[in-house]
Design a protein around this ligand. Structure first.
Ligand SMILES: [Zn+2]
Length: 276
């Protein structure tokens, strides 16, 4: 991260130091948060459109445009209207991984029923050695997480010896996610350079989010990708940001407003998100 050197009045400095001590943080964090607030820019913020429960229940209307989603972040995950493929938002572009494996940059007018984005500002930048599967990858990420009660963004870059990914195919309105998952396309890539766009969400968020890890893959040449099912790699650069501000934008579409979202859909979501 860049370093900023500034002159401030002694009284302000003492208040700043007291605030940092009171909050159990450092002065850099307090200044960054205060500046972000003053400048009206988001900081450690996760912005989500709709809920995972609505997706499970088959509410796939495109309720927000890609352009609006990108206004809230440059890094994230999601899907497209009618469940037409996986969304991978990386470096400010939304990529659409179709069920037939094609990847294209989605236009700003493309619409999404569900997406989660942040403006990635990593607070940790390390590298990890060989991982042979998802469990190994998650263990490395776990070692960096200080809490199970906040959200985290993870970006992993490097060369993968293997990647197993999937993309959902367009569905009829109202089809439940569990049925869409049964008709998903699976891809196997080997010896491929790429990036994993990952989010970790706490257990208590299962009513509206995907608890635990959720990774989408995008290759360096932007020609391959999908929702990650498994992977192996020799060494990866791992960047992480802890996210403590969560914004949930609820759709006002007729289908969302009328859907019965009172049921616990954790089981169906877990089936849809994992390898099977
Ligand atoms: Zn996914």
């Amino acid at each position: 991260m860049p370093t900023l050197s500034i002159d401030i009045p002694a009284s302000l400095l003492s208040t700043l130091t007291e605030t940092a001590e009171r909050d159990g943080t450092d002065t850099s964090s307090v200044i960054s948060a205060a500046l972000a607030q003053y400048l009206g820019t988001s900081y450690h913020t996760l912005f989500q459109v709709s809920t995972s429960g609505a997706l499970v229940a088959g509410v796939y209307d495109g309720v927000l445009s890609v352009g609006s989603i990108l206004d809230h972040g440059d890094f994230g995950l999601g899907t497209f209207a009618n469940l037409d493929g996986e969304m991978v938002i990386l470096d400010g572009r939304a990529h659409q991984v179709h069920g037939d494996g094609r990847v294209e940059v989605a236009g700003v007018d493309a619409r999404a029923p569900f997406a989660v984005v942040t403006r990635l500002r990593p607070t940790s930048d390390t590298s990890i050695e060989a991982v042979s599967d998802m469990k190994g990858l998650e263990a490395h990420c776990d070692a960096l997480r200080k809490s199970g009660n906040i959200f985290y963004a993870f970006r992993l870059d490097g060369h993968f010896s293997s990647v197993r990914a999937r993309a959902v195919n367009p569905q009829q309105p109202g089809a439940r996610l569990i049925d869409a998952a049964k008709a998903q396309s699976e891809f196997h890539f080997s010896d491929i350079g790429g990036t994993l766009v990952g989010l970790w969400s706490p257990g208590f968020s299962s009513a509206f989010s995907v608890p635990g890890y959720h990774f989408h893959f995008l290759s360096d040449d932007r020609k391959h990708g999908g929702h990650l099912l498994d992977c192996a790699a020799s060494s990866l650069r791992l960047r992480m940001e802890a996210l403590t501000d969560f914004h949930l934008a609820l759709p006002e579409s007729r289908n969302f407003l009328a859907a019965d979202l009172s049921k616990n859909t954790a089981g169906e979501l877990a089936y849809a998100e994992q390898a099977h």
